[in-house]
Write a protein that binds this ligand. Structure first.
Ligand code: AMP
Length: 319
């Protein structure tokens, strides 16, 4: 069954940051652009169906950015709270030559450092939950808001591993999956080997871990098996920001769409289900990096996604 026919039923929710980014790459820079883990994730997932967004912004959040979010037809923004008197999350990132690593220039939490966003009552029946990057204590509080969840997956990053380690470990005991970068897996586990690090994370609670290795692809370590996928070989890399979040959005979007179509009784967190979804995550991320912010995704159609997915499938076929 084509994924598109099951759009409305997928009940995928994402919580995270919606923010204002300043990005510096070796060749160009962009100031005050739309960013945030939740914004990137939701835009990517919207190619597979409806996605509910839970995040808070301040009164200073530009109208133009709100319009950009709403231009993605699948995004349900009823859970985007505008907090009176609050300041929108903002982040600055600088890429080093080669664009494989970056430094945070600043992180101003604003409303993200205050109380968690309000979750609309209509979202409580969400079955697929993605906890995009934000303080792990807030991610944990969010999880409690979705009692009907059948699959919950979290993201995290170096800042939280260092500053909120106990909260993160408490969260890991409660989620089905974790998505994180290779260096973050190493930081969390103090193990340099990617498989050993991922196995160590499984001991902390989740059933599966997806470790992202940038241009070197990703590795899935699941209680039922291991899979590896290369990245799409991109020629145009303008800004890698959001690659991780949109990878997760493509992955969860396709899991939610396929899982909803299959109905109850099928495990959306099975090894095969997650493995299949990695390809969609990889393809969506490869589009994201072709422009700053959500620029490339705004131009994208589902047909473009499927075309590149088919191309990527044939590239990765062995034998
Ligand atoms: P990615 O490149 O996929 O890792 O994600 C980049 C996005 O994450 C940017 O748009 C930032 O606004 C957002 N971001 C950066 N730092 C944080 C943080 N500490 N918590 C949540 N989101 C963040």
């Amino acid at each position: 069954m084509p994924l598109r026919s099951t759009l409305a039923a997928m009940s995928l929710v994402v919580t995270g940051t919606v923010g204002i980014d300043t990005i510096v790459t070796p060749k160009a820079h962009a100031e005050g652009v739309l960013g945030g883990s939740c914004a990137y994730f939701a835009a990517a997932a919207s190619f597979f169906g409806a996605v509910r967004m839970v995040a808070a912004v301040g009164e200073d959040f530009p109208d133009a950015h709100r319009k950009t979010l709403l231009s993605f037809k699948g995004i349900d923004s009823a859970g985007l709270e505008t907090r009176r008197g609050g300041k929108t999350f903002s982040w600055g990132g600088k890429y080093l030559p080669g664009m494989n690593s970056r430094e945070s220039m600043f992180t101003e939490l604003g409303v993200v450092g205050e109380k968690p966003p309000e979750v609309p009552g209509a979202y409580r029946d969400s079955r697929f939950v993605f906890l995009a990057n934000m303080p792990p204590a807030v991610q944990g509080a969010m999880l409690d808001q979705f009692p009907s969840r059948v699959l919950s997956v979290a993201d995290t990053m170096d800042l939280w591993i260092a500053s909120a380690n106990a909260d993160l470990r408490a969260l890991l005991r409660r989620v089905d999956g974790l998505v994180l970068n290779y260096d973050e897996a190493e930081q969390l586990t103090e193990k340099a080997n990617v498989v050993s690090a991922a196995r160590h994370i499984l001991d902390m609670g989740p059933r599966f871990v997806v470790v992202k290795k940038g241009e070197h692809g990703c590795i899935l370590v699941h209680r039922d098996g291991i899979a590896a996928l290369p990245a799409y070989p991109s020629e145009t890399v303008i800004d890698p920001t959001g690659a991780g979040d949109t990878f997760a959005g493509g992955m969860m979007g396709s899991i939610a769409a396929t899982g909803s179509a299959a109905g109850d009784g099928k495990d959306p967190g099975s090894f095969d289900s997650v493995r299949r979804a990695l390809g969609y995550g990889t393809v969506i991320a490869s589009f994201t990096i072709e422009s700053f912010s959500l620029g490339r995704l705004q131009q994208l159609t589902r047909a473009d996604v499927d075309k590149r997915y088919a191309e990527f499938s044939s590239m990765t076929r062995i034998g």
